[in-house]
Design a protein around this ligand. Structure first.
Ligand code: NDP
Length: 508
């Protein structure tokens, strides 16, 4: 694959030179702003001599270089991001008093990060994987982070299994290679994964870049209106560029030729004024509907069927600005599903519950305790009693750092209290495993009615290509999961595997 020279991503340095050609470039400095004496050669005793300890320019360069990398994200390490705005197009005040949705035409600045889930920073953009689609809304009430994926559901129902899930998606700890026995062993033992697995192996498993895929909040959230009435909700953001996916063979080819395919596509589109957008919808479910719903609406392996819970239009997401520096604005861009604004909050969804705590913890590890003071993460306003810690930049001046106090300082918001969710929750505490509830009805609908014949054939081919690498006892167990979705589906995977494997116990 070759890209024409006029593509902005190839021209970044040429553009820089053009913009600055009439400027004085100034003198090289150290990080401290002191004039550097020499940045090309080390200070030595004689032409061939050893380097002197007093070559302070060298220390400044080398010691900074040694610290250039920070821990990469354990998941969602490889990503691309951009900035833009969210615009309200429809009135949803009957459901939520959130200011971000307040008034048709209202615009809120946003940052979006797209990502691969599984592999490292250096991996290929066209591998089969779930894609992250995370949005930060910089609202007047603080930042609201909607941290979703390009699929409406997920592999597991309980965050306690999340580390296991990620372990089996990544590398074998001994060989450091992806291990298909680990992968299929886990999935065949946890049948709640089947719905997400079908979408993973369908055409949407390899989107054609980040602009041509949908996004979903995936988890169940809550909305609270100005009377304090709560409804549960799902978020959908549907692409205006049209869904487009890569067929498995061409994705493999691109992976070799241009591992940064999706990143390049997004950057070039925005730089040439071809701004991507998504229509933003909600689905809502009242607390009364929760009681009569024939599936668990807080189970993230389930969708809310469109026919019962139609998409309600809210607004549009627009991306129109590339980052000015990747590390500062995208690598350090940090999301927290627990960062809500009044009028939007969480739900008993067990995967969401685990995420509420995990993201801020990982950001404190990766970026430090004051990660929210990094400009791209920083809200418009901070008004509280937290102080100090590594890299403090926003200090809050002379205001008291404790409360109650007699010297002035922020008061709790009556509005935030009114809009805090109040849910009726009853039950007996216990470790409940939902994994063996009805896992098959929705995947069956997906397989039987959403996929056409061609899509079914490609799904089966994609599964066979990976499942053929697992041991036969694991293959057999996974085929039984497929048969529970649809017997013909299970049989076709089995027939596909027969070309590669030799097992007899599965009843054809
Ligand atoms: P519909 O029968 O009304 O519509 C099917 C939906 O499937 C489409 O709207 C589209 O969602 C999505 N879709 C189409 N092709 C694929 C694919 N290859 N991979 C993933 N999604 C695809 O939907 P229902 O609500 O009645 O649900 C039927 C089944 O559709 C579900 O069991 C689920 O598997 C799947 N689905 C449902 C979604 C929902 O939120 N209800 C969302 C996505 C999938 P979209 O418009 O979001 O692109």
């Amino acid at each position: 694959m070759s890209y024409p020279a006029e593509f902005p991503i190839s021209n970044q340095l040429l553009e820089y030179r053009k913009e600055h050609e009439n400027e004085d470039n100034g003198n090289t400095t150290t990080d401290g702003g002191n004039l550097a004496v020499n940045v090309n050669t080390s200070l030595t005793i004689g032409k061939r001599g050893p380097v002197l300890l007093e070559d302070l320019d060298f220390f400044d360069i080398m010691q900074h270089f040694n610290r250039e990398r920070i821990p990469e994200r354990v998941v969602h390490a490889k990503g691309a991001g951009a900035f833009g705005f969210f615009e309200v197009t429809h009135d949803v005040s009957q459901y939520t008093a959130a200011k971000v949705f307040n008034g048709i035409g209202k615009r809120t600045h946003i940052a979006v990060r797209f990502s691969q889930v599984t592999f490292e920073m250096g991996s290929q953009d066209t591998t089969r994987d779930v894609r992250g689609f995370a949005i930060k809304f910089y609202t007047e009430d603080g930042t609201w982070d909607l941290v979703g994926n390009n699929t409406p559901i997920f592999f597991i129902q309980d965050s306690k299994l999340f580390p296991d899930l990620i372990h089996i998606l990544k590398r074998n700890p001994v060989t450091h290679v992806r291990d298909w026995n680990m992968f299929w062993d886990f999935f065949s033992l946890r049948p709640e994964s089947i719905h997400q697995l079908l979408i993973f192996y369908s055409d949407r498993g390899i989107p054609n870049g980040y602009r041509r895929m949908n996004g979903y909040g995936s988890n169940t959230f809550s909305l609270i209106n100005k009377e304090g009435v709560l409804v549960y909700c799902k978020f959908h953001y549907l692409t205006n560029q049209g869904i487009s996916n890569l067929e498995a063979n061409s994705a493999t080819l691109i992976a070799g030729q241009d591992p940064d395919y999706a990143l390049r596509d997004l950057y070039n589109a925005i730089a040439t004024g071809n701004f991507p957008s998504w229509n933003f919808y909600i689905q809502v479910m009242t607390q009364e509907q929760v009681q009569t719903c024939n599936f668990n609406p807080f189970d993230v392996t389930k969708v809310w069927p469109h026919s019962s819970y139609p998409l309600i239009p809210v607004g549009q997401l627009h991306l129109n600005k590339n980052p000015s520096n990747y590390f500062a604005e995208i690598e350090q861009l940090s999301f927290n599903p627990g960062s809500f604004v009044p009028g939007i909050n969480g739900s008993p969804d067990k995967v969401l519950q685990g995420r509420l705590m995990a993201y801020s913890d990982t950001s404190r590890y990766r970026l430090g305790v004051n990660y929210l003071q990094i400009p791209v993460n920083s809200p418009n306003r901070i008004n509280n009693f937290n102080r100090d810690g590594f890299m403090t930049i926003r200090s809050q001046g002379g205001a008291p750092n404790y409360h109650p106090n007699s010297f002035g300082g922020p008061e709790e918001s009556v509005r935030a209290k009114l809009l805090y969710p109040s849910m009726e929750l009853k039950g007996i505490s216990g470790f409940y495993d939902l994994g063996f509830d009805d896992n098959f009805t929705q995947p069956r609908i997906f397989y039987q009615t959403v996929l056409d014949d061609g899509a079914k054939t490609r799904l089966i081919q994609n599964i066979v290509n990976d499942l053929k690498n697992a041991s036969s006892f694991i293959q057999e167990r996974q085929i039984n999961v497929f048969k529970n979705v649809d017997s013909e589906f299970g049989r076709r995977v089995c027939v596909g595997l027969k070309k590669f494997c030799d097992f007899t116990e599965v009843d054809l």
